[in-house]
Design a protein around this ligand. Structure first.
Ligand SMILES: [Zn+2]
Ligand SMILES: [Zn+2]
Length: 411
């Protein structure tokens, strides 16, 4: 039983773990009713809240402090073999799940004897929350992935996050209501959970797992596409309407508008539209049609309202403004130039506009001063561009998902 490398304090801790586990098994054998046993807290906490920890001194000190904060009993082990042995004893004690070792916290380990990976990969007979506490693992994507691939439930180097996770683990099996649900994960099967406990348990233990489609929901017994998504939205706090459910989001309409600041290169004049019903001059532009791109809408509206064919050269502004929960207004303001500087502005009145004019910066500000503008935008953009303002490149807007703009040397 004695292993040479074990120190006496570790030996004591280890003995205590064995003693506690057996003591509880003994209590069980004397017919402590399961429900009573499970709901009990306080004096039972040390038995119900066991952590096995394999870590160096500095990490252990952190874990120890956190364990004290959340009321877990901590046993330190020096090696993978010892950790495995402690977990084995806990599993063999045949106590209900929540009286076993609940949590394994391990550093990555630098040698074969204390590497976390074989520990993570070992099959478990009972649900165990496994946390790799390591700065290296937490900050290195590939190692982080390797830990989860091997069976970790959480990878962190943040004491506060560890504390919050352990608090969630500690609350499992403590609620007073109906606790008849079992985790649907085939190798977990943690039972005796309330609806809310199951709701918290699933992402905490199994967020890295893709449950097969069509599994039966443990709560409502319906077969569902993705059990985790179903549970997340239909049960627990969202199921009772205490939290927003993704399924209940109200339909939200996006109202998109494209506006154009069009400047003629030959004389620096701006294209302004004389708006319908004597409402003053304004920028060309309007509502984006269903199925239409922003840029196409900008070009179309400028032709309809101002009679000028344009080329968009940049994006001056992207505005996205939610109006309550059901409507959102979006406006993109483009910078543009005419394809042909000699093309006259529109002069035949129609439903789109009364006509349009090429105006100098001074004239624009003069019209504004005389309150003959529909809104402040023409004057604002004229001032911005006159004082050296620049536009973002057109490549920041695209209808293509998952694309990146070409670099200058690729074009
Ligand atoms: Zn589970
Ligand atoms: Zn359900």
């Amino acid at each position: 039983m004695l292993i040479g490398t074990r120190t006496s304090s570790e030996e004591n801790a280890y003995r205590e773990l064995v003693k506690n586990t057996h003591a509880h098994a003994f209590l069980k054998a004397r017919q402590v009713p399961e429900m009573q046993c499970c709901t009990r807290s306080g004096s039972q906490n040390n038995l119900e809240r066991q952590i096995v920890c394999m870590a160096n001194d500095s990490t252990y000190a952190v874990v120890e402090e956190v364990a004290n904060q959340v009321g877990f009993h901590l046993t330190r082990v020096p090696s993978t073999a010892e950790a495995e042995r402690a977990l084995q004893i806990s599993e063999d004690a045949q106590t209900p799940h929540r009286q076993r070792v609940r949590v394994l916290i391990t550093a990555l380990g630098q040698r074969q004897e204390n590497s976390c990976f074989s520990l993570l990969a070992a099959p478990r007979k009972a649900p165990l929350f496994v946390c790799v506490y390591s700065h290296t693992a937490a900050s290195t994507a590939s190692i982080r992935l390797a830990c989860f691939d091997a069976g970790a439930n959480m990878v962190t180097a943040d004491p506060k996050s560890l504390q919050q996770a352990l608090s969630k683990v500690a609350r499992e099996g403590t609620s007073t209501g109906v606790r008849s649900y079992t985790c649907p994960h085939p190798s977990c099967r943690l039972g005796g959970l309330s609806e809310d406990e199951l709701w918290t348990h699933l992402p905490l233990y199994h967020s890295n797992l893709n449950f097969p489609r069509g599994m039966e929901c443990p709560v409502c017994r319906k077969c569902c596409g993705r059990v985790a998504v179903h549970l997340h939205n239909q049960h627990g706090p969202p199921g009772r309407g205490e939290m927003a459910s993704e399924n209940d989001y109200p339909p939200s309409a996006l109202h998109a508008f494209a506006l154009v600041v069009c400047r003629r290169r030959s004389d620096g004049k701006y294209l302004l539209v004389q708006e319908f019903a004597n409402s003053g001059f304004w920028l060309p532009g309007g509502r984006v049609d269903a199925g239409e791109n922003l840029a196409d809408a900008a070009v179309r509206e400028t032709l309809e309202e101002a009679g000028v064919a344009i080329r968009l050269t940049g994006v001056l502004r992207f505005e996205y403004r939610p109006l309550g929960v059901s409507d959102t207004r979006m406006r993109v303001i483009f910078l543009a130039e005419p394809l042909d500087d000699t093309q006259p502005a529109k002069s035949i009145p129609d439903y789109e506009s009364v006509g349009a004019s090429w105006v100098s910066a001074e004239e624009c500000l003069e019209i504004e001063a005389r309150d003959r503008v529909r809104g402040p935008e023409p004057g604002q953009w004229v001032r911005y561009l006159s004082s050296g303002g620049v536009a973002a490149p057109m490549t920041i807007l695209t209808a293509q998902e998952g694309s990146t703009p070409k670099c200058a040397n690729e074009q």
